[in-house]
Design a protein around this ligand. Sequence first.
Ligand code: IPM
Ligand code: MN
Length: 344
Amino acid sequence: MTTHRIAVIPGDGIGIAVTKAALSVAQAALPGQLAPTEFPWSCDHYLSTGRMMPEDGIATLRGFDAILLGAVGWPAKVPDNVSLHGLLIPIRKSFVQYANIRPHRLLPGVEGPLRTSAFDILCIRENTEGEYSGAGGRVHRGTLDEVAVETAVFTRTGVERILRFGFEQARKRSGRLASVTKSNAQAHSMVFWDDITRLVAADYPDVTVTSYHVDAICARMVMAPDTLDVIVASNLFGDILTDLGAAIQGGLGYAASANINPDRSAPSMFEPVHGSAPDIMDQGIANPIAAIWSAAMMLDHLNEPDAAARIMAAVESVTADGIGCVPGAQTTDQITDAVLQALS
Ligand code: IPM
Ligand code: MN
């Protein structure tokens, strides 16, 4: 029996409640096999220590098998760019979690906003470079001559590895891959991405790849989502597409994500797509399903596919019964208890 060491970072706002829910479900699925250690790294931690996580935070996390994260950010307390660049983004980059995987499909019983429910999309978002490279700066601050530059950085290594990851996923699923760029407008990085897509495609003759512009695929996700399967996109495009994906699957309460280091040279991190939602923080009504689904992805990554599948079967039986399907109809605890009940 393997014990998995899990670093748990509930973070801010509803992150605390949904992480507690997700951890309890994961522990129930693998009794006695998870060794969680909780870290209080959050905006409150920043206010009391001046840092989102300690200086050796990354070194500490490296010793774990996986990281379970709730949500980071509380703009009324700490500017978002400070909180996110102090915790979430350095973890993704330091641990080379280059593949951010986000599934978008309707759980049984959940009503989406579209006319069709027949879609099952897996978004693969590049997670370490691109528009989030951090390259840039501001000069002549506060004057009329002020300039801000933010440079997107696309490397051969970074683009090729995320595309290969996408092709591998497509091969395991329907054999269809959508590669997303904006190469009609961005003639350098995005044409480069299209070129690498063609190069990598030669190694996957069994996968049908279609290149879409990001604006066109936005419309397609709404009008004909059933024509899409695996989508691979840059960091920012993937960020935007996965909020759209969350919307078509019924809302952010259902959108799970896995920040994967495919080489397993460092821990991967699992977190719902949603944020800390300070507006509903103390109401006890946050939907824990996105976090629970993320925890299932964590167990899958930890080579516990049976436990992961049992969690998803439990979640699906709960939503099929109408629990967790309407915002606020049940509390976080009621939904979690129903999932725990279905697991047992
Ligand atoms: C996400 C979030 C983050 C991102 C923010 C909080 C920096 O929106 O995980 O999708 O843009 O990656
Ligand atoms: Mn996002």
